[in-house]
Design a protein around this ligand. Structure first.
Ligand code: HEC
Length: 164
């Protein structure tokens, strides 16, 4: 038999091996079962740590926006922090109750501060927020994550502060 004809079955077999390998990396978004899709989506929901990194940044920006008298930008940060915590209540139901305590107690005083555009009123609201952030860290066994009462810097492009 011709040598080439002899190799045809081998090529055919190898092509199936590569199809099988590709199958291991199938796109679950298109080809997965509903269970797989739901499991993958749940697995990739933002974690507490993911959300906290953003909240931490907004906490810095909030402080510095107020310090620079950029009250609307400060108010926007409070709204975004509130929104992020509402997302956390969905993605991490085990933390929903302690997050609710923060939502009830940690945002008071800001409305008056943004209305009066007064630093001292803001400062009191911010100190109260700080205390409530910390009590949630404590009840969630993360007391070692200690937030500064007066963040030293903000990297916000909008505030455009010189970077240390
Ligand atoms: C649910 C209660 C809760 C509230 C409310 C809360 N935190 Fe957290 N925070 C946590 C937990 C829990 C962690 C540890 C992350 C983890 O376990 O994945 C954390 C971690 C952090 C971190 C460290 C993130 C990192 O990985 O480096 C920062 C920064 C932070 N929080 C800022 C804040 C600020 C600012 C506030 C208030 C505006 C706040 N947190 C309010 C529970 C909370």
């Amino acid at each position: 038999m011709n040598r080439w004809i002899q190799t045809i079955p081998l090529i055919w077999a190898l092509s199936w091996v590569s199809v099988a390998a590709a199958d291991n990396h199938k796109d679950w978004r298109k080809d997965g079962t509903l269970e797989e899709k739901v499991a993958h989506i749940i697995q990739t929901l933002p974690s507490t740590a993911n959300i906290m990194i953003e909240i931490g940044k907004r906490y810095q920006d909030l402080y510095w926006a107020a310090k620079l008298g950029k009250w609307e930008f400060a108010q926007y940060q409070v709204e975004e922090i509130e929104g992020l915590l509402e997302v956390l209540q969905i993605t991490r139901p085990g933390r929903a109750a302690s997050t609710q305590v923060f939502l009830d107690k940690g945002l008071t005083g800001f409305e008056a501060a943004f209305k009066s555009k007064d630093w001292n009123t803001f400062s009191r609201a911010f100190q109260n927020m700080h205390a409530q952030c910390m009590s949630c860290h404590i009840v969630n066994d993360h007391a070692f994550i200690v937030l500064p009462v007066a963040p030293a810097a903000s990297s916000s492009l909008i505030l455009n502060l010189p970077q240390k």
